[in-house]
Design a protein around this ligand. Structure first.
Ligand SMILES: [Zn+2]
Length: 193
């Protein structure tokens, strides 16, 4: 799967999950504002890095070695280790570690259709060498359609953000704060959808 599919599907799925959580909460609290809905509960950039993480590791390090874009970065061991590291390093800012781990897991799930060295390095895999170039791959319907759907998913998320007028600057500031809070202060007087 290519980058836009990974990013778009990840952001869209997380957005959907938060919409469902919002609807569920709204059932018991009629006064709940729409500001309680959205990806603001996870760090956007951590989600972005996590959603591309396995490919960043493997395309950069492993592709020249194995000839395959999936190597240790796509193994269960690496998944567990990097998740524990993210949890330990960003323990005080749950928006970051939740975003990163959710992004990473979504990437692994989205890749399930193809070859995955799940049990590397405990199992010796015969890594299939890539025969098509990027230019040839992007012409396959299974690749370009996923890229198009990914872009559409991303656009939907952006439109929902713009409609809710969520201050992205406040979210980014919160991600870098030494004393982050789970909730972001939002101007109560602004008009919500
Ligand atoms: Zn991948």
């Amino acid at each position: 799967m290519f980058p836009f599919a990974h990013i778009g599907y990840t952001f869209f799925v997380v957005e959907l999950v938060f919409i469902f959580i919002y609807i569920f909460k709204k059932l018991s609290n009629k006064n709940l504002d729409t500001i309680h809905w959205g990806i603001r509960y996870v760090s956007l950039y951590a989600l972005l890095i996590g959603s591309l993480g396995p490919d960043i590791i493997d395309k950069a390090i492993s592709l020249p070695i194995t000839g395959n874009g999936r190597y240790i970065g796509h193994s269960l061991l690496f998944d567990v280790v990097i998740s524990i590291i993210a949890l330990a390093v960003f323990w005080k800012n749950k928006r970051i570690w939740i975003g990163f781990i959710v992004g990473w897991q979504t990437h692994m799930i989205l890749d399930v259709g193809g070859f995955m060295p799940w049990l590397f390095p405990f199992v010796n895999y015969d890594f299939p060498e890539r025969t098509l170039s990027y230019l040839e791959m992007i012409q396959l319907p299974s690749v370009y359609l996923n890229e198009i759907f990914g872009v559409v998913g991303l656009l939907i998320v952006v439109v929902l953000y713009l409609r809710r007028k969520i201050p992205v600057q406040a979210m980014i500031k919160e991600d870098f704060s030494k004393h982050p809070s789970y909730f972001i202060t939002i101007d109560k007087n602004r008009k919500n959808i």
